[in-house]
Design a protein around this ligand. Structure first.
Ligand SMILES: *Cc1c(COP(=O)(O)O)cnc(C)c1O
Length: 472
């Protein structure tokens, strides 16, 4: 059967790919010019002949993988995208093959069952009531959630729920015109973009005041909120980071939550990257107070070793998500006599992949303990690197890290930082990113790879030092 043969080619190529990545035989990054790449992969020819199978497929996969950015390489330190556990990758294969679009139960009972289970696992980790199998009476709220295609969509989904809570008839009548959003300066662009999508407007995004590290100052919340009210606005939600994208720092959730409760504000936590440090004994305290939020989002394709992509929207009261989109689509939403539940009324998406399997297979292969250990190790390594950097008189960090994200710079101009990154990427042994903070350019590493050791980082830093002296 052609399938088994082709699949065999692919699995063998991937194994070789993995080995040459972790052994650093192949570079972490090697960007071939676009035209060359299209030519080398013989894309047009394969389409013309319809021949991409057997030996030609084996050759093609080899060429394709040669031109990838290798996340499994210990020098991959650039972004928050997970170095996927192979179980998650196999789940992507199963999901692609079965193609069960499970937003309606009948199109994917197994995938829907896994989503239900996974959502409840997350709800329990926060300390919220999981969704029972049998619906509860209206006056007994339970937690709920849905999986979405990415954190940006997850933020949007949660904030749509927040808006519907504040303005129950907004779906029929539109925005009242004085809606606003409270957001830390250091928030992910998808949060601010939500204000545009929801018709709140960029000018009605009120930035929460932050300290020198870019972390929200609880004592200054009232000042911003007073300004908002004096402008005649009403806030659909207050958003906090757990953790921020650029520097990886956590906002003080407990104090923020107390403020939100006092003022009956919907509290949304953007926990795309760092929320699941909650399961760590050592770092769980960073999430203290998270259970007081109204909604949380988490990307499992970041700190939870899952291939792209699988994001989680969680709400303390499931009814707020159920009434987020009040829309008629009777062929999908009619009262069905079926043994499971649909989730399509909770999502922006209509066709939705069986995202839960990707995360579930990682969770079930590593166990919760395995994931906890991974998070602890990555965070610990990052703290170690921070301590180590102190030895270098020509390097400086803007803040002490709280997660696996670390920023630093050579004591030189912004241009020098950019030049160093460009040189590193050209060399290919290390792939790092940069970020802007307080009007300065920083080099940025995210230690995602379980294979990255302290020795790898030491090598990176001495390479950077050498490059810095060359460029001065
Ligand atoms: C990555 C990230 C997002 C966006 O998630 P995507 O899955 O890339 O859409 C949102 N917020 C924060 C804090 C993030 O780190």
């Amino acid at each position: 059967m052609a399938f088994l043969e082709d699949a065999d080619h692919i699995i063998k190529a991937l194994e070789q790919y993995y080995q040459s990545s972790i052994s650093k035989e192949a570079p972490a990054i090697d960007q071939q010019p676009l035209a060359e790449l299209i030519e080398n992969l013989q894309l047009a020819s394969h389409v013309e002949h319809g021949d991409l199978t057997g030996d030609r497929l084996a050759e093609f996969i080899y060429d394709y993988l040669s031109a990838t950015t290798r996340l499994h390489h210990p020098g991959y330190l650039a972004h928050q995208v997970a170095v996927p556990h192979y179980s998650g990758a196999l789940a992507s294969l199963i999901d692609g093959f079965s193609n069960n679009t499970m937003a309606i139960y009948e199109m994917g009972p197994a995938a829907a069952g896994i989503e239900f289970f996974v959502i409840n696992w997350f709800l329990k980790k926060i300390g919220w009531t999981p969704t029972p199998l049998v619906p509860t009476p209206e006056n007994e709220p339970v937690g709920g959630g849905v999986l979405t295609h990415g954190g940006s969509l997850a933020n949007l989904t949660a904030l749509i729920a927040a808006r519907s809570k504040l303005i129950p008839n907004v779906w029929l009548e539109g925005n009242p015109g004085n809606l606003a959003l409270l957001v830390p300066e250091e928030s992910h662009y998808s949060v601010v973009r939500t204000a545009g999508i929801l018709g709140i407007g960029r000018n009605s995004v009120y930035n929460l005041e932050t300290d020198a590290r870019g972390v929200v100052i609880p004592d200054r919340l009232a000042a911003t909120y007073d300004r908002l009210k004096n402008d005649g606005k009403q806030a659909i939600a207050l958003v906090a980071n757990a953790c921020s994208t650029g520097l990886g720092l956590y906002d003080p959730l407990e104090e923020i939550a107390e403020f939100c409760q006092q003022h009956q504000l919907w509290f949304h936590i953007d926990g795309a990257h760092g929320f699941m440090a909650k399961i760590s004994d050592q770092y769980g305290h960073l999430l203290k107070g998270a259970e007081m939020a109204d909604s949380v989002i988490i990307d499992t394709h970041k700190l939870l070793r899952t291939p792209t992509l699988c994001a989680v929207v969680l709400v303390k009261n499931s009814r707020h998500l159920d009434s987020a989109f009040q829309q008629e689509a009777s062929y999908l939403f009619h009262e069905k006599d079926q043994p499971g539940i649909d989730v399509i009324h909770r999502t922006v998406e209509c066709t939705k992949a069986g995202l839960g399997l990707r995360f579930f297979m990682v969770l079930a292969a590593l166990g919760e303990n395995g994931l906890r250990k991974y998070i602890d190790q990555q965070f610990q390594k990052t703290m170690q690197v921070y301590e180590y950097i102190h030895q270098f008189t020509d390097l400086e960090c803007p803040v002490k890290p709280q997660s696996n994200i670390l920023c630093f710079r050579v004591k030189a101009s912004d241009d020098v930082q950019i030049q160093i990154r460009n040189k590193l990427l050209k060399q290919g042994d290390f792939y790092i990113s940069t970020t802007n903070f307080n009007h300065k350019r920083y080099l940025r590493i995210v230690i995602m790879n379980p294979q990255t050791t302290m020795d790898d980082i030491k090598q990176l830093l001495s390479t950077i030092e050498k490059m810095a002296t060359e460029s001065v």
